[in-house]
Design a protein around this ligand. Structure first.
Ligand SMILES: Nc1nc2c(ncn2[C@@H]2O[C@H](COP(=O)(O)OP(=O)(O)OP(=O)(O)O)[C@@H](O)[C@H]2O)c(=O)[nH]1
Ligand SMILES: [Mg+2]
Length: 497
């Protein structure tokens, strides 16, 4: 199976990215403790602030295969028929996701992530080496969901419950037919009619070719997995001593081996939210290493000529979605001064210019308050009227403020009737997600330094406003500390509730 992943052509076809900055392998003894104390890992930085911001991605993850156990006997001059001494195979490495506060984009995560396979056991009781784990750093705020493999239903009639069946696998095409009739239609997914699968008069299949390399990869892996999981192929026999007696029965398999097989066939779908730094999750477990022949020695069979093969690692298809988590989300029309505000109050330094849509990616700024607590603010691209109809940059960026505790509407106070900006923003937010505007909110009335128009606007607005309005001049850094204190108090009150 592992050879499949080494197939560079496939990697190229599915767009395997070799940037590898988020993607590193750590030594074979990695465990949860290592993750918490990542000294053994390479320091990775990700400068994805520029044009490389990606907040949605679909990837495939694959744990390493386990190495096979070895069939071997001790042979010395004085000991011609010594005891069995074949080593166990090494387990495959796991693919582990770790949340990292320094990451801000899913850009560097490759389409296909696999962990190293374990090596085979050898004679003289030499166990195989465990495959290295692969650690993928994901930004805090990433949501991981398991998805069905691409076009899963038309690829194969693979039935995960038939792992233990000893029957010869049926013809692939008949499998597809069987599945088409019953399972696919009941699942209600994209279904193929029987006619589409059957051969025509010239014996040519009308089945569509693989539409993407990822589908092809999945098909190959699944067929190989099926092959591996046939009971006879679980065993590794001594050459020319192939014995298929009752000792190769399913009942004789070690319990941990069986439970791993069971786990492989009954994977619970992953749904995980990385909302804290250093949180980690094994997304694809490495395969079990097979036992060497000493494991099968008994009082009746002192020279077992069989060992166990390693098992394949878990294969999963995942959907990653980044929803930035900040305490405060800034929302405003383009060019009102959101980025100027965030750069005036925090460590963020987004681009500022006098034209709309200067900001194209979300930015997070951190402010250290008097009591050494931290307040994070998210600046997102500007929203315009009818953004829900995909005008401007659309509304997808709202996912980054969706989980903020507080909303801060930034308006340009110098424009005529500035409150209309607030109406527009609120209605667009409601279009995106119902009740989003019910979060505690304030209005940052920016450009108050342009007092000729701003001052009368402010006076009029105060008379009917339903939320606090704070006039500021972000450009001249005037009154911004009042905004920060109001936000900090609101946050405190909000957390207590
Ligand atoms: N007079 C005045 N100008 C300001 C103030 N704040 C921002 N500006 C100017 O307004 C323009 C837009 O500022 P940005 O911070 O880029 O605005 P933005 O809301 O981030 O814009 P987008 O990223 O395009 O949505 C710049 O030319 C700023 O110099 C202010 O308080 N007073
Ligand atoms: Mg901006």
């Amino acid at each position: 199976m592992n050879t499949l992943f080494k197939n560079k052509k496939i990697f190229r076809e599915i767009g395997f990215v070799t940037y590898g900055r988020l993607y590193t392998q750590i030594n074979s003894h990695s465990n949860a403790a290592d993750i918490q104390n990542p000294e053994s890992e390479t320091k990775i930085t990700n400068s994805s602030r520029g044009g490389n911001f990606i907040d949605y991605r679909r990837i495939a993850v694959h744990g390493g295969s386990g190495g096979s156990g070895c069939v071997c006997f001790q042979r010395e001059r004085h000991l011609p028929r010594g005891p069995p001494n074949g080593g166990n195979g090494g387990a495959g490495g796991n693919v582990i996701f770790v949340a990292d506060i320094n990451e801000s984009s899913l850009y560097s995560i490759p389409t296909k992530v696999s962990a190293q396979s374990g090596t085979r056991g050898k004679g003289k009781d030499m166990n195989g080496i465990r495959g290295k784990d692969t650690i993928v750093r994901v930004p805090v705020g990433t949501i991981v969901r398991e998805i069905a493999p691409p076009n899963y239903e038309f690829l194969t009639g693979y039935d995960s419950n038939s792992f233990f069946s000893n029957k010869k696998s049926k013809d692939k095409r008949s499998n597809i037919k069987n599945r088409t009739k019953s399972e696919i239609s009941s699942e209600g997914k994209e279904s193929l009619t029987e006619n589409e699968n059957s051969d025509n008069y010239f014996g040519e299949s009308k089945k569509k070719p693989f539409e993407s390399a990822l589908e092809k990869l999945h098909y190959e892996i699944e067929s190989e997995r099926k092959e591996v999981l046939k009971i006879t192929s679980l065993y590794n026999f001594y050459p020319s001593k192939v014995i298929r007696d009752e000792s190769t029965d399913i009942q004789n398999l070690p319990e941990e081996y069986l439970s791993y097989l069971h786990e492989l066939s009954n994977q619970t779908p992953i749904q995980f939210d990385f909302d804290e730094d250093k949180q980690s999750l094994i997304v694809a477990r490495g395969g079990f290493g097979g036992y060497g022949n000493p494991h099968f020695a008994s009082s009746t069979n002192r020279s077992p000529y069989m060992a166990l093969n390693g098992l394949p690692g878990q294969m999963r298809f995942l959907e990653l979605e980044l929803k930035t988590i900040a305490d405060v989300g800034l929302v405003g029309l383009p060019n009102v001064g959101k980025s100027t505000f965030i750069s005036a109050v925090s460590n963020a330094s987004p681009r500022i210019a006098n034209y709309p849509f200067t900001t194209l990616n979300p930015y997070i700024g951190t402010i250290t308050l008097d009591n050494y607590k931290k307040l994070t603010i998210a600046d997102i691209p500007g929203i315009i009227k009818d953004a829900h109809l995909n005008k401007g940059l659309g509304l997808s960026f709202l996912r980054h403020i969706e989980r903020s505790n507080i909303l801060a509407y930034v308006v340009d106070l110098s424009l005529p009737d500035p409150w209309t900006q607030l109406y527009t923003l609120r209605s667009e937010l409601e279009f995106y997600k119902k009740d989003l505007t019910k979060k505690p909110s304030i209005v940052i009335a920016n450009k108050a330094d342009l007092s000729l128009t701003s001052k009368p606007n402010y006076q009029r607005w105060l008379e009917f406003s339903d939320i606090p309005i704070i006039p500021v001049s972000s450009k001249n850094v005037k009154n911004v500390s009042k905004v920060i204190h109001t936000l900090a108090n609101l946050l405190e009150a909000n957390k207590k509730n």
